[in-house]
Design a protein around this ligand. Structure first.
Ligand code: ATP
Ligand code: MG
Length: 689
């Protein structure tokens, strides 16, 4: 093997991980490898180098399976791989990384394999995929059919039912155990839930729809068949997984079935950053990984952080040091700086928003672009006041992990049209679509859907359904649209234009702001033009929808500079020069929405750690003295008084520079005295409210 320049940039441990099992004889002999290390130690970077190194040493990129946490992370990884290969392979690097086509999320890869193997496993290849909301809607339909919602008014909500179902599936744990451990207050409903879940599974099968969990479940079942497992496993010489600490039991089962001996398998992660246990992720996956093989997997640990300055790292280390359980060791860095992270006290959320915007602009004055800065929060709704302030001051931003473009009713309507055309058995789509027709209610819609479902050619049968009373021309137009979509089949994306022409009169009838919504539909068409087929468009959009921006548009403003707003969960794996974290107070982080078990509190601590370790040069934590609870309390909307998060007790204050904002510079005169009186007045009023 020729020593290549890119290897020399790595430290010894990173290099060991990159070169593991890659030698003069090729790269076919690599045994299982675990890279486990703290934040910013170069895990993702090492993984990208490993993929590049494999390719440079003759591995076929079409036979590399790379699984990351989001599609964005996957394409970022492909770009890095290309940059690394470029020096060695020249123009071929782009060709090679283009061929790295099996890079994506667990769910995305699952969907693709299921589509490929649909016939072998008795799945109709036209299956459509339900997002969480569709799944909850289907759960609701089944619940109604079984009569639980009417007779039992205290029956868990559709969302809770779905969460319970999902946890049971993803953790491969029996229902009674899930209820005992996670949902003790609904354990009285076990019998009904069992019946409901059986009905839900049956409905999905009958309607040819899969939910997110099915993508993993069917995949796991598929590789449970020895022949198929071998066939699929043999497609890939190398399987690499980033952020392994956030995978669940089902995902690890899939992985073990793909590579039973562990050959060619590399997983990377950090137990201190495990933040998805609410989706049944388990840190045991990463801790147990080495022992799942004989001989055991090799382990590489990394201890040098390349991301953050020393004072930021010291503060983050101090926070995670208080965790009860931890495998990875503390990190060190050579990035000296005199600037400690800031802990700012502000009066309320409006001041918090103002404070952040002022500082973001000040940073920009000294040469930091907006894109190099991010504001992170525990829960999507926390950024409300900040979004208002940014909009008022005309500062563009993109928000990750919040309300998605696709959640807008009119966009969902359009997608329902396409989904129904693709799979007319999809009842959630069918209900949504048919009820857009004036005069069609749930009963009529249900009857029509029953009729066509009984026919081997549902869309043909649809044309023969007698028009429901009072639908008149609307029905004729609808039938014509469906016939058009059925005929066009693969004529993409003109499908979407057809659907839009049909849908716009409905939009005008129902929504006052029809014009704005029409602009969104054009935007949707633009997004669609980037996909080769209707099926790919629907699948990929459902699995990884685009995020909302300050323009309410679907695609990020690519050339522009914009500030990043993100939930901490969605900020995983990323880094910015300046990071602000808002509402770093008890009740927000840790959130008071959970049950408050030790387990949950520990996860919140890790979440704070993940947030803090995103910062490279500057970190600011904000603690408003009071914040709006957004009506999550039974008493309704109200402000509550807040105190600094318990994860930064007084003993850790030495790691921060503490201050109050705005810094009142003037002498104790008339103005500050009045300000104090006003504050006290507000406090008194809210106490008696
Ligand atoms: P996280 O736990 O947050 O996912 P990570 O361990 O995956 O972090 P990376 O994102 O890969 O870390 O790397 C963090 C930063 O350190 C990046 O900016 C990366 O370019 C840089 N880095 C990693 N390794 C080296 C190295 N050997 N020399 C210089 N910079 C490095
Ligand atoms: Mg990473």
């Amino acid at each position: 093997m020729t020593a290549t320049a890119y290897l020399e940039k790595l430290n010894d441990q990173q290099r060991m991980a990159v070169e593991h099992g890659v030698g003069p004889a090729g790269c076919g002999s690599a045994g299982p490898l675990l890279i486990i290390a703290g934040a910013g130690s170069g895990k993702t970077n090492t993984l990208a180098h490993r993929v590049a190194h494999l390719i440079v040493n003759g591995a076929d990129p079409r036979r590399i399976l790379l699984m990351t946490f989001s599609r964005r992370a996957a394409s970022e990884m492909s770009r890095r791989v290309e940059r690394i290969c470029r020096n060695v392979l020249g123009a071929n690097a782009a060709l090679m990384t283009d061929a790295l086509s099996w890079a994506g999320t667990f769910h995305g890869i699952g969907a693709r394999l299921l589509r490929m193997y649909a016939e072998q496993i008795g799945l109709n290849v036209d299956f459509t995929i339900h997002d969480r909301e569709d799944s909850a809607d289907l759960m609701n339909l089944v619940r109604h059919e079984l009569g639980f919602s009417k007779t039992e008014s205290r029956f868990p909500t559709k969302g809770t039912c779905l969460s319970i179902y999902s946890r049971t599936v993803n953790s491969e744990t029996p229902l009674n155990e899930v209820l005992r451990n996670w949902y003790p207050w609904v354990s009285g409903w076990e019998e009904q839930l069992r019946e409901l879940f059986a009905g839900y599974v049956e409905a999905k099968q009958a309607q040819n729809v899969l939910d997110y969990d099915d993508l993993l479940l069917y995949w796991a079942q598929m590789v449970g068949d020895p022949d198929l497992a071998e066939d699929i496993g043999n497609r890939f010489d190398h399987v690499l997984v980033d952020e392994y600490q956030d995978t669940n039991k089902l995902q690890s089962s899939v992985l073990m079935a793909l590579k039973p001996g562990g050959r060619g398998l590399t997983v990377v992660g950090d137990d201190a950053q495990s933040i998805y246990s609410f989706r049944a992720a388990t840190v045991r996956n990463i801790l147990d990984f080495p022992r799942q093989f004989t001989p055991q997997a090799d382990i590489v640990t990394l201890d040098r952080n390349y991301r953050s300055t020393q004072p930021i790292l010291a503060a983050a280390n101090a926070v995670i040091d208080l965790a009860r359980e931890r495998f990875t060791k503390n990190l060190w860095t050579e990035r000296e700086s005199a600037e400690r992270p800031k802990l700012l006290t502000v009066k309320d959320e409006n001041d918090q928003a103002n404070c952040i915007v002022d500082q973001v602009l000040a940073n920009r004055e000294v040469g930091m672009t907006l894109k190099q800065q991010a504001v992170l929060f525990r829960t999507s709704s926390h950024s409300g006041p900040l979004e208002v302030e940014l909009t008022r001051r005309n500062i563009p931003f993109v928000k990750f992990g919040g309300l998605k473009f696709l959640d807008a009713a009119h966009v969902k309507d359009m997608l329902a049209v396409l989904r129904f055309a693709q799979n007319p058995l999809d009842r959630v789509a069918g209900f949504r679509l048919l009820q857009m027709l004036p005069g069609v209610g749930p009963q009529t819609a249900g009857r029509i859907l029953d009729t066509i479902a009984a026919d081997p050619e549902p869309l043909v049968a649809l044309a023969e359904v007698p028009p429901p009373p009072r639908t008149g021309e609307d029905w004729t137009a609808f039938i014509a649209l469906m016939a058009g979509l059925r005929r066009s089949g693969g004529d993409w994306p003109s499908d979407l234009a057809q659907a839009r022409t049909w849908y716009e009169p409905h939009l005008e009838r129902v929504h006052e702001d029809a014009e704005t919504r029409k602009a969104d539909l054009l935007q949707l068409e633009q997004i669609a033009s980037g996909y080769p087929s209707r099926e790919r468009f629907l699948t990929e959009l459902t699995l990884d929808p685009p995020d909302a921006t300050s323009d309410q548009a679907g695609v990020p403003l690519l050339d522009e500079d914009y500030l990043i707003l993100s939930t901490i969960h969605s900020a995983k794996g990323q880094e910015w020069r300046a990071v602000f974290m808002l509402n770093v107070v008890d009740g927000c982080i840790p959130s008071d929405l959970g049950v408050g078990t030790t387990h949950e509190i520990e996860e919140e601590r890790r979440l704070l750690y993940v947030g803090m370790t995103r910062a490279r040069d500057s970190l600011t934590l904000l603690t408003p003295q009071r914040f709006f609870t957004g009506g999550q309390h039974a008493q309704g909307d109200r402000h509550v008084y807040a105190s600094r998060t318990r994860f930064i007790p007084a003993t850790l204050l030495q790691f921060f520079e503490t201050a109050t904002w705005p810094i009142v510079a003037h002498a104790a005169g008339e103005r500050s005295a009045r300000q104090i009186r006003i504050d006290v007045g507000a406090r008194m009023r809210s106490m008696w409210k």
